[in-house]
Design a protein around this ligand. Structure first.
Ligand code: AMP
Ligand code: MG
Length: 398
């Protein structure tokens, strides 16, 4: 059986970023840039005031100044400021001709019509020179940058209306199992709610992907094949259940009939051993186990990095941070285990507190968890205070 690292490498080697699309800036937050962006103009467009106060020439006689004109943001003054003169100015207003410094309101006094200064004036003080932030033709952003609020503001300042970005992956979710009913229906004898759909759809939204529920494929090869066919219209397909060795586990055989190129089935991890991965054409397909905590763990260990790659991120992850164990944990003899738990910031370090429950069949293993702790096979008992690395689920690389 292959290891987690080997399997993750296969996933990443199989997947390329989706073809870029052009989006209005208002829809581009969270997307990864697929083009360089260059400034079309200087910002600020002119020398302007960084304070509310008075614009003047630092070279004239500064003992008593005569007020001439006023410059407001959006309303420049066309009156030249001569020696011994000052123009009232507000923050962001272009500096009038003749001025080379701004004296803040707080450092001045009015005596009748005359302005008196309380401090020395330095040439260029409180002036934001034209192009201080960027010059026309300057490279603002490189491809591969994830656009967050700060980058969106920068692009807007440069008048960039549309950008080429990698699109948000659309992810189909096919649930399988004769025992499942949809949320809102009352489970009959032996039935349970299709909770994995909601778990995965929520997780997809958390990581900025669009979930597309395909419904429940009943446990026959035909029903599952039908679900798979519609799911393959998405950018990535997740199935849950039906990938073990049970008599009614038909996902793999149904995929085969659709041209599935299997990359691996079964990885030496716990939970999530039966995970299946391969491609149908350009569409990555993950057969996630049905057990909720196994489904969720394999989603974060494999599908999340795959989705980051589709979305154009340079670092697909998952990221790891150094942690100190708050409680002892015990390794498995044969498989690498992933322990659900809570990462807590304590002074200058992350403490990892394992969840009370770890059962792969239980939704409650995830309750309150924000991290997975990989523990190598055969590592024995690791006491509290041990230093390990954990995978934070709510802290992505950019
Ligand atoms: P399977 O992988 O199909 O053998 O399912 C393993 C376990 O996960 C069984 O107990 C299933 O009832 C359960 N399970 C499968 N699919 C779901 C689902 N969508 N939501 C909740 N539990 C599920
Ligand atoms: Mg099943």
């Amino acid at each position: 059986m292959i290891s987690y690292q080997e399997a993750l490498q296969i996933v990443l080697d199989s997947i390329r970023a989706l073809p870029p699309v052009e989006l209005p800036l208002s829809q581009a937050v969270g997307r990864v840039l697929a083009q360089p962006v260059t400034a079309r103009w200087d910002l600020p467009p002119a020398d302007n005031s960084a304070m509310d106060g008075y614009a003047l020439s630092s070279e004239g006689n500064l003992s008593r100044l005569t007020l001439v004109g006023a410059a407001f943001a959006g309303h420049p003054s066309d009156r030249v400021v001569g020696p011994g003169e000052a123009t009232k100015i507000t923050t962001g207003a272009p500096l009038p001709k003749g001025a080379d410094a701004v004296v803040p309101l707080e450092e001045t006094r009015l005596e009748g019509e005359m302005l008196l200064l309380e401090k020395q004036v330095r040439k260029g003080q409180h002036v934001r020179p034209r192009g201080e932030e960027y010059h026309s033709g300057e490279r603002l952003l490189e491809p591969g940058i994830c656009l967050k609020a700060g980058e969106i503001g920068l692009l807007a300042s440069a008048g960039i209306v549309r950008v080429r970005v990698y699109p948000k992956p659309r992810v189909a979710i096919l649930s399988t199992g004769d025992e499942l009913v949809e949320l809102g229906e009352m489970p009959g004898p032996g039935q349970i709610v299709n909770s994995n759909l909601h778990l995965l759809a929520a997780r997809l939204r958390e990581i900025d992907c669009d979930p597309i529920p395909i419904g429940i494929g009943r446990d026959t090869p035909e029903a599952i094949a039908e679900g798979l066919r519609s799911g393959l219209k998405a950018d990535l397909l997740l199935t849950t259940g039906g990938v073990s060795v049970g008599e009614r586990d038909h996902v793999q055989e149904s995929l085969q009939a659709l041209g599935f190129e299997k990359k691996f089935w079964k990885v030496a991890i716990k939970p999530g051993k039966p995970i299946l991965f391969g491609m149908v054409g350009e569409v990555p397909v993950f057969g996630l186990p049905g057990n909720p905590a196994a489904s969720a763990a394999t989603f974060d260990l494999f599908a999340h990095p795959a989705l980051r790659r589709l979305a154009g991120h340079r670092q697909p992850g998952p990221p790891q941070v150094a942690v100190t164990l708050a409680e002892p944990v015990r390794a498995d003899a044969k498989r690498q285990i992933f322990i659900w738990g809570y990462l807590e910031i304590s002074e200058s370090e992350f403490l990892f507190r394992p969840s009370r429950r770890q059962g792969s069949g239980q939704n409650r293993s995830l309750q309150g968890a924000n991290a997975l702790l990989p523990v190598d096979a055969g590592a024995g008992e690791l006491p509290a205070g041990s230093r390990l690395k954990a995978i934070p689920l709510y802290l992505s690389p950019m």
